[in-house]
Each structure stands twice: as C-alpha cells, then as structure tokens.
Design a protein around this ligand. Structure first.
Ligand code: FAD
Length: 468
C-alpha cells in the first residue's frame, strides 16, 4: 500500500499534480528525488544547475517535513534506484510528473517496465505545462508549425477549459504523508563543488521563485516595452524556476490572466503570456518533430555547408570566450559565462552572429548554450537556435541577418550593458562603444574577427542552396 512520489523537475510542495494524486489515493506517501548519474556524468563539477537543485531540495525537504512528510534524496541511475526504493518501501505505485525530453521519456519507459515486472505501476501526470504536446492542434486536428495560429488555438482551448489552470491541492491531503526524517547528501557526496549561486543572481527554491515572480508582477505592465533592453530589469527571469518547477506554471498563468481581466496587466501582460505559450509551442514542435534534435526542422536547410576546420574552430573559440571584437556579442557571452543566464535579445544576437557572421553550424552553439545555460531546456534552446539559423519552423528568413552594431545601438543605446560586462570597454562613451574599431579601438579589446558586410555576403551565398 501507499505510494512513492518521484520528484524531478517539479521541486515544490504546492500545486503539484503527482503529489496531489498520490496523497488523494491514500497514504502512506513517500517522497524521493534521484540525482540521476546518466544526467550528471557529463556535467562539470561546478555546474550551477546542480547547485541550484541541491539548494532547492534542502528547502523542499524542510517544507515536506512541515507538512508531515519527508524527502529521500538518492544518487545513482534512476532506472535502478526508483524501482529499488519502491520495492524497499513496499509501495503499490510510483507517481511522477511528465517530462517531455526524449531522454526523460526513454528513462521513464525503462522505470515503468522495471516497476511493472514487480507488479507496481508508474503513474505520470501533466504538470509543467498548461497544454501538453498534442493538446493544441489545428481545427483539422493536425499539429501546427506556425506560432500565431498555435497561440490562437492555445488561447481558445484555455477559454473552453478554464479548469486547466486549477491548482493541484496538496495541503488538504497532508494526513497521507509518511512521516520520517529527510536524507540529503551534500554536493561533495555526489561529486560536485558548492557554487556561489549569488553569481547567478537568482535565488533558489520555491521562496526564490515566489520572490522573483512577485517582483515581476509589479513590472509586468511594462514588459512589452522593456523586454528587449538587456541593461534593464525588463523580463521575469523565471526561466530557471520554470525549468525546475520551483514555480507553478498554472499559478503564473492564473495570475497574469486575472490581472488582465481586471485591466491591471497593461499591454505587457499579453506579451508575457505569449512567451509562456512559446515555451509550450517548442515542446509541441519537439514532440511531433523529434528529428529537430539533430537536424534542421526544414530538411532543405540540411544542405547548408557550414565552415569547418582550424580557422572555424578558432572563430568558434573566440565566440565562446566573448572575444569577437563585437561589443554586444562579447558582453552577452561574458554574461553567459559569468552567470549561466543570457538575456533573450542577446541569445538571438549571439546565435545569429555565430551562424550568419561566422558561418558556424548552429548545433555547435546550441551545445555550448546547453552546457552553460542555467535554464537550459532542450525544446526552447533548439527552437531558439533553429529560429536564429533560419532552419526552424516559423524562423527568421535566412536573408534577414542581424547587424551586431545596429542591434547594439538599438538595444543598448548608452552602452550600459556592454560596460557592465566588458571591462576593457568601460571607458568608452556611447558614441564609440558599439564599434570601437571606428574610434581608435580600446586597449586589451580585440579587433573584429570578421567584417560584417563581407560575412553577410558569404551567408547569402551559403544559404542560396536552399532555394536551388
Ligand atoms: P521572460 O521574457 O520573462 O519570459 C517568460 C518565460 O517564457 C521564460 O522564462 C520562458 O520560460 C518562456 N520563454 C520566453 N521566451 C521564450 C522563447 N523564445 N522560447 C521558449 N520559451 C520562452 N529558454 C529557456 O527556457 N531555455 C533555453 O535553453 C533557451 N535557449 C534559447 C536559445 C536561443 C538561441 C534563444 C533565441 C532563446 C532561448 N530561450 C531559452 C528562450 C528565452 O531566451 C528565455 O526563455 C528567456 O530569455 C528567459 O528569460 P526570462 O525568464 O526573463 O524570460
């Protein structure tokens, strides 16, 4: 009897589908998280995400204990650990929230099979999205590939099904928790270093998520005008909390729709909701088009020949290190390397620069972002890279090529963001900072590694194969 709730990317004790269902089915309900070795193996020992999860688990354990439960944190291959723990606890079933990453789907299939072999069930629930993969389709019931019709269909479905926002209550069913003492390894126990999360600038856990969202609610009305300026605090910075479920997507959408209904969300509220819908759009794209993980969404773009060899490797290394000689690109890479976060406008600018100024395969940039981004999400990262490289669904047309200098003048007009991240440019004024080479350069700062106008010409030639 009883159940095990297996936490993964849902590190909270409120509005939690799996926890709700397990508790309602009757206790005793045990809770566990597994530091899954196949996921951890390729990560650097000072990975910020592992530190964020670890800090969030400490809070989760304390909150579960306050409700009468406890949290067991294991370290090993989840495909073995979860069935083994379920057998040790003698529970009838394991409950977890769905994770749509291809690797997670495969892992969950293996866990379900192992549990089933011993007469146990794995119950999975929709939790981290409002509408999952195949729940928003065209009126003819087909998967969509363009955002605007998807968004309209998403909003129509929400109108028809407001219960999709209802919270999955935990507190009223707390009597079903199995009491006990939480067990949490240290970061050193699992082979990781403790990292100063202050550098990320985002506080971990449910408390961090709530504080971040509360602060943003006051700024939401201005989101549409402030969101493109990296020097401003214009976006929510909730992506990391959405990644690990320390906020509830239903709570976010309920809040923004309620504010909008009262006329308090301004024009920013609707724009922000659109961004949350983009998140689900890319998850849907990945589900119906799993080839995007390795190849272009539009197969014609697989003919594009990217630069390879030692020269391309050197250009790629300069991009990674923020030494391209284009100040906004370099400031953005410094932000990524220094904090694990990068502003959305800059993700677009740096991705475009890699593919369309340096001629380097978007997959190399995608992999670099995957290593560094604290909010790394396969579907959104792949979608963003394929958008910038013009290989994706609903992507930027290939002949639209961001000019890294005009982007800089437009979105960091006084150079505040650049100055904050590239100390060598700290003394330049707003006139010189976007293109220092036109103003005598700056000591310690490289000259541009490519000429944008020439690169633009090469890119148009490179993409010409698509039309042929
Ligand atoms: P806000 O502007 O406040 O948006 C709110 C939320 O909406 C975000 O937290 C995020 O969950 C979602 N969102 C916003 N924009 C997008 C988008 N374009 N696509 C999908 N979801 C979106 N986002 C990730 O979460 N993980 C990634 O790995 C990732 N990689 C990206 C790579 C590239 C090349 C590009 C162009 C974009 C990428 N994005 C990714 C999308 C976007 O840049 C981030 O979600 C956003 O910058 C996070 O900051 P925020 O929380 O302040 O966003």
């Amino acid at each position: 009897t009883g159940a095990l709730v297996w936490f993964r990317r849902d590190l909270r004790v409120f509005d939690h589908a799996a926890l709700h269902h397990a508790l309602r089915a009757g206790g005793p309900v045990h809770c566990a998280f597994v530091f899954d070795t196949p996921i951890l193996a390729p990560l650097p020992h000072d990975d910020r995400r592992v530190a964020f999860i670890h800090a969030s688990l400490a809070e989760l354990a304390a909150e579960l204990e306050a409700l009468g439960g406890h949290l067991l944190v294991l370290h090993g291959d989840a495909r073995d650990e979860v069935p083994r723990l379920a057998a040790r606890l003698q529970v009838a079933a394991v409950h977890a929230n769905e994770d749509y990453d291809p690797a997670a789907i495969a892992r969950d299939g293996a866990v379900a099979a192992a549990l089933q072999a011993e007469g146990r069930a794995l119950h999975l629930y929709k939790d981290q999205v409002i509408f999952a993969r195949d729940e928003v389709l065209s009126q003819a019931g087909k998967p969509l590939t363009v955002f605007t019709p998807y968004k309209k269909a998403w909003l129509r479905r929400l109108d028809a099904e407001p219960a999709a926002l209802a919270p999955w209550q935990v507190e009223p069913h707390r009597a079903a928790f199995a009491p006990g003492r939480s067990q949490l390894p240290t970061l050193a126990d699992i082979g990781f270093a403790s990292v100063d999360l202050a550098a990320v600038g985002i506080e971990a856990g449910m408390r961090g998520g709530a504080a971040q969202f509360d602060g943003f609610v006051d700024r939401m009305a201005a989101y549409d005008t402030a969101r493109d300026f990296p020097a401003q605090d214009g976006t929510s910075r909730l992506s990391l909390h959405l990644r690990f479920g320390t906020v509830s997507i239903r709570h976010l959408v309920r809040t923004v729709t309620a504010l909008a209904a009262r006329g308090q969300a301004g024009s920013g509220g609707a724009t922000w909701l659109s961004e949350l819908i983009w998140r689900e759009f890319y998850q849907m794209i990945l589900y119906f088009n799993p080839h995007v993980v390795h190849a272009s969404f539009k197969p014609a773009f697989d003919k594009v020949q990217w630069e390879t060899g030692a020269e391309a490797d050197a250009l790629f290394a300069a991009w990674c290190a923020g030494r391209t000689g284009y100040p906004l690109v370099d400031a953005a890479m410094a932000q990524l390397n220094g904090t694990g976060f990068m502003h959305n406008r800059l993700r677009m600018v740096t991705a475009s620069f890699l593919c369309k100024d340096l001629g380097i395969d978007w997959r190399r940039g995608e992999a670099y972002f995957a290593d560094k981004l604290v909010d790394y999400e396969l579907a959104s990262n792949n979608g963003g890279w394929q958008w910038a490289a013009s290989t994706g669904c609903d992507a930027q047309p290939f002949f639209r090529i961001f000019n890294p200098v005009t982007q800089s003048e437009k979105f960091d007009p006084d150079g505040a963001f650049i100055r904050a991240w590239v100390p060598a440019l700290g003394a330049l004024d707003a006139r010189a900072i976007h293109a220092p080479w036109l103003h005598g350069g700056a000591p310690g700062y490289p000259a541009p590694i490519v000429d944008h106008a020439e690169a633009r010409g090469r890119t148009l030639e490179r993409y010409a194969v698509v039309k042929a």
